[in-house]
Design a protein around this ligand. Structure first.
Ligand code: FES
Length: 178
């Protein structure tokens, strides 16, 4: 991808402000959930909803607050595909991999998306513009295969339509930065 992006890159050094904001969001999530039964999953969801991912630095304070080992927290984060350990791209592309979509070629569509964006599932394009995730049903089983880009669901997706969608999104993003 060549479009410009103002998103942080995976290899960007986090500023003191970024780190402080992350620590604040993690501390606030701990405050909201730590005393509740079964706090770990809601707490992890809360942090990811606020930061877009679960930074490595979130594991220790969460483990300490819930009286768990770091390995236990890390194990839960890595067990659920939903949780991201790296920031996603600015535009999240989710390709449905549930049964109805699989039967209509969504595996090949995901492979196409990986090649087109140059990243693996759960990764993001080099320019940080797109994040790529599998998803398990978007409510469009009768119109499979389905993808979701940002907030919008697209049914009966093909590789050609997906290319056009990605190109249009990259073009609008480039226009926004000029
Ligand atoms: S299985 Fe893909 S939308 Fe339901």
């Amino acid at each position: 991808m060549n479009a410009k992006s103002d998103q942080p890159r995976a290899n960007t050094v986090a500023t003191d402000g970024d780190v402080a904001a992350s620590a604040q969001a993690i501390a606030a999530a701990i405050e909201r959930h730590a005393q509740r039964p079964g706090a770990l999953l809601p707490l992890l969801h809360d942090v990811q909803d606020r930061l877009g991912y679960l930074p490595a630095g979130s594991v220790a304070p969460i483990a300490q607050a819930l009286n768990l080992s770091r390995a236990e927290v890390h194990g839960v984060i890595t067990f659920y595909h939903h949780f991201r350990q790296q920031p996603s791209g600015r535009h999240l592309l989710q390709v449905c991999q549930a049964e109805a979509c699989q039967s209509m070629g969504s595996g090949a569509l995901m492979a196409h998306a990986r090649a087109r964006l140059g990243c693996a599932a759960h990764g993001r394009s080099d320019d940080g513009l797109f994040g790529l995730e599998p998803v398990y049903c978007l409510g469009q089983c009768a119109n499979a295969p389905a993808v979701m880009l940002g907030e919008r669901v697209y049914a009966r997706m093909t590789a050609k339509r997906l290319d056009a969608l990605i190109a249009a999104t990259a073009e609008s993003a480039a226009a926004e930065t000029t």
